[in-house]
Design a protein around this ligand. Sequence first.
Ligand code: GLY
Length: 390
Amino acid sequence: MKILTTLLVLFYFSQTVSGQINVQKEFEFAAKQYEGMLASHPDMTQFPQSTKPDGSAENQPSDWWCSGFFGGSLWYIYEFTKDPKWKEAAERWTMAVEKEKDNTKTHDLGFMLYCPFGNGYRLTHNGKYKDILLTGAKSLATRFDPKVGLIKSWEVFQKTYNYPVIIDNMMNLEFLLWAAKASGNKDFYKICITHADNTLKNHFRPDNSSYHVVCYGPNGEVLARKSHQGAADESAWSRGQSWGLYGYTVMYRETRDLKYLAQANKIASFILNNPNLPADKVPYWDYSRPGEVRDASAAAIAASALLELSQYSDSKQKRNYIAVATKMLESLSSQAYHAKSGENNHFILMHSTGHKPGNSEVDVPLVYADYYYLEALLRYQKIKQIPRSY
Ligand code: GLY
């Protein structure tokens, strides 16, 4: 009887805590690293970003596309620990981004505002955060031209194209879909559907990989398909594939339109079956460049997206998505990618790549790799808390 009980307990835990990922330990480590980060960042106009080539910390101002990730990560640490000191830190670093709510010069408001204020609002229901988010959503919506049918990413690309749209832009839609629900403004919803449909039509290749940049003319005609951060116009930039996967997973969650689910599954299939995806499931910076530097951020974003997508999948696919996401998280939590305590300029993960062709942020920590890693760990824990959920 005792042996049977022991076996049952072991079986239960094998279903709830698998592999090498100890979420509790990971958050304890994150809290320790980010205590160091807070201590080394007294100036709240200097947002943690990465590491410079000389090894010192790289910071960025609030109008940089990554300014919301640090506050967002602090909210995730608060969500896990429930310790009020993390709430206080998250509140401070969230409010430090507030002025970007009026910024109409960037499409990145989803990252900049929804990661800190969206998580803050989800966890606290602070009405001030809601107001800031809704102002920001209006700013973002100014970048949508109905004649083109997409949210404009950059002002100009390669000095020729004045309506470039990047696959990363799919990451703004969660913010606008939230704003549609929170405000009752149906225009936000329509913008998202139109943007997602046109991206689906124009951004993908027959093998389900995506271009990085599609350049449009004034009536929505495609003028060119290019890359900025990938190895070549026709290559599959790794983080771009992860953004697309995440974006269409969210579109399905929020609309229940099966065409978005199908697209997310197709992107997952490209990533998971790619012959150049290494055994540890942390992509090289571009799927056409096996053997070169990795991009841990691409793995963290994909892991988080796959864990959500698994919940919309049948049992075989669900097992596969969870298994691959688990492998990604196991790799990221291993010594190969995980910083040692007090090192790595207080970031959690090493070995991400921001912009390889521009020789910028190559094989470094990146603030958004940490953010999606923490998000994925929270999702992983929720899935594993349901015994025998797969
Ligand atoms: N959105 C910019 C990047 O992924 O590098």
